[in-house]
Design a protein around this ligand. Structure first.
Ligand code: ATP
Ligand code: LTN
Length: 336
């Protein structure tokens, strides 16, 4: 008899590019939420290697970073049995659905994507077609797994909006095929700013190493980077308009310690920026320590990582067979 599940868990999909070691912006803006959601939802998390080659990568370095990013997700506490943790390129259905959805996406829509505009300015010698169609691949990632929710930082909101539009357009043309996904964005950590420029997002591709804290930085490096963080010439540690550097540090400290802004303002009442910056560095280092220790163990065991990648690939492929077949039928392909 067919089992009827009246209360299926809602589905989550998210991804991170293996372009560099994740920074605390990636961790607080996205990855930490991934962990929080894994018990309540059916989660699928991916190292999106296909996305990363829209910008030139050194092959040996990319391979190492895919292994490391995957190991970090496990070290962070994602459970590969409970959730699906996999490398995007290990499930060929992403690229296949991406092609189909690109025929349901307008050139004008893609031209409006602010990340495309920013990245083409930064990589003016390599404005390739992949950089332009990248949001379609992201839509395919999400829609292929029928995700209800997508935990990301605020910079991905526009891409998610596009994924929703593509889903609605396809559903309207062919009948219900895709779940229309919602963004899941944590307010206080949606956009962690650069430590060197509080008006720019902390970014993996920033050339200044002092602008971001990698999740694998050691304690001394973390504290040194926070000590050098650009703030203002004021003295008061409080969260208010115009104090962008301090506001960013308060958000980071709050996320690392689970203290509220009021508690933090009270704690540092009468103290100077110097003390506060050291406290933020220490708190961030404490937050990252368990993950760093597990990472050191996992990364030594290549077979373990490989086996988990195979498990993830199998689960990802199994989860997407039905949806892609349905899409083929709906558009009129001959399904064997
Ligand atoms: P780049 O800046 O080089 O494009 P990235 O730092 O944005 O890279 P991604 O792998 O593209 O890294 O992003 C992974 C996740 O981290 C996404 O959900 C993204 O929204 C989130 N994220 C990235 N930067 C920040 C940030 N500064 N604050 C909060 N979340 C962020
Ligand atoms: N585009 C995202 C990474 C990404 C993603 C996804 C995030 C690729 N596919 C699907 C959420 C869901 C980025 O550059 N941060």
């Amino acid at each position: 008899m067919k089992q009827i599940n009246n209360n299926p868990k809602k589905k989550i999909f998210s991804g991170i590019q293996p372009t560099n070691t994740p920074h605390i912006g990636n961790y607080l803006g996205a990855m930490k939420n991934w962990l929080k959601l894994q018990d309540e939802y059916e989660c699928t998390y991916s190292i999106v290697d296909l996305h990363s080659i829209t910008v030139r990568q050194d092959p040996a370095k990319l391979r190492k970073q895919i292994m490391e990013s995957f190991a970090l997700l496990i070290a962070m506490g994602l459970d590969p049995e409970k959730s699906t943790v996999f490398v995007q390129g290990h499930n060929p259905r992403h690229a296949e659905l991406s092609w189909i959805l690109s025929c349901y996406t307008q050139f004008g829509e893609l031209s409006r994507m602010t990340q495309f505009k920013d990245k083409s300015k930064k990589n003016s010698d390599n404005i390739n077609a992949g950089l332009f169609t990248y949001p379609v691949l992201m839509a395919a990632d999400i829609l292929l797994y029928q995700a209800d929710l997508v935990p990301v930082g605020i910079d991905q909101k526009q891409h998610l909006e596009l994924a929703r539009n593509i889903a609605v357009r396809f559903n309207n043309a062919y009948g219900e095929t895709f779940t229309v996904p919602e963004p899941y964005i944590s307010k206080s950590t949606a956009k962690i700013m650069s430590l060197q420029d509080p008006f720019a997002k902390m970014s993996k591709s920033d050339e200044n190493p002092n602008s971001s804290v990698s999740v694998l930085d050691d304690r001394d490096t973390i504290i040194r980077k926070f000590k050098r963080a650009v703030t203002d010439s004021d003295k008061e540690i409080c969260y208010k308009e115009g104090k962008d550097g301090i506001n960013n540090l308060i958000s980071i400290y709050s996320a690392a310690t689970d203290k509220s802004i009021e508690q933090i303002e009270k704690e540092f009442d009468g103290k100077g920026y110097g003390d506060f910056k050291i406290a933020v560095g220490e708190a961030v280092s404490d937050m990252l320590k368990p993950m760093q220790e597990r990472f050191k163990e996992i990364i030594k065991d290549k077979k373990y990582i490989n086996d988990l990648m195979i498990l993830g690939a199998e689960k990802a492929q199994r989860a997407t067979f039905k949806t892609l077949k349905k899409v083929h039928k709906r558009v009129g392909f001959v399904v064997l």
